[in-house]
Design a protein around this ligand. Structure first.
Ligand code: TMP
Length: 237
């Protein structure tokens, strides 16, 4: 099992596409189901606000009126209205395009900290590695929706699929989930997890793998330490 931050800094290995946010600090959280992302997003938001930093927290799909409408359509488990994989990809991209214009870019321009629960890597992992859609096309779509704005830091909360699924089921009272993605087979979630880990290997400076089997407070401590380090590095000399 991986330990937190097991990847050394290696900026030269990162792809040219990971040009960080110019002004504020842009942080994203990623991972498969039941890894505790939302808990960590909340803890980090509270911790940074206590330190006096202006923080905007949002999520994907969602975060704007249009995005939240699309989220409902994307997640509901109706077989009749379920989007096919290419439609699912474009709906995720539509949510992101809207979020960038309405929330992320304006906040970064005001030098705020932006925290997003899921972002571009979820699209590559779920629609690319999970659904098998063309990875190069997905990359082009990222270039189109994000232009030059990329996260400074991404936390990949990594956990065994069986444990994550169990956690999600317990949270949902062990009934069939109201979430179309939760109801996917384990094999799909395994592909997604491997996809995330591949992305982390490709961009070790941006994507930090965190062992999500640790206690939530321990996970938060590791995350906060890294955020403070990156925040200091971004301050003008
Ligand atoms: P969550 O907010 O509970 O994580 O649910 C969002 C679901 O949407 C989750 O199962 C992952 C999925 N998703 C994608 O498939 N592609 C994406 O680009 C994003 C942002 C989320």
């Amino acid at each position: 099992m991986l330990n937190a931050f097991d990847k050394p800094d290696n900026s030269a290995a990162d792809t040219a596409s990971s040009k960080p946010a110019a002004d504020g600090l842009f942080i994203t959280f990623e991972g498969t189901e039941g890894v505790g992302k939302s808990t960590q997003v909340k803890l980090l938001t509270d911790n940074l606000r206590h330190r006096g930093l202006p923080v905007v927290t949002t999520r994907e799909p969602g975060g704007t009126p249009l995005g939240e409408e699309l989220r409902g359509l994307l997640k509901r488990p109706s077989s009749r209205a379920a989007p096919c994989p290419p439609a699912e990809l474009l709906m995720m991209a539509a949510c992101r395009a809207q979020l960038m214009r309405e929330v992320v870019r304006p906040a970064l321009q005001k030098r705020q900290v932006v925290i997003v629960d899921r972002f571009l890597d979820s699209t590559t992992a779920y629609q690319g590695y999970g659904r098998g859609l063309d990875l190069e096309f997905i990359q082009q779509l990222h270039n189109f929706t994000l232009e030059n704005t990329r996260p400074d830091l991404t936390f990949l909360l990594d956990l065994d699929i069986a444990i994550g699924t169990q956690r999600s089921r317990e949270r949902g009272g062990n009934t069939l989930s109201e979430d179309r993605f939760d109801n996917e087979e384990d094999i799909f979630h395994r592909k997604v997890r491997n996809g995330f880990l591949t992305l982390a290997r490709q961009e070790p400076q941006r994507i930090k793998i965190v062992d999500a089997s640790l206690a939530p407070e321990e996970v938060q401590e590791l995350i906060l330490e890294q955020v403070i380090k990156t925040h200091k590095q971004k301050q003008p000399a």
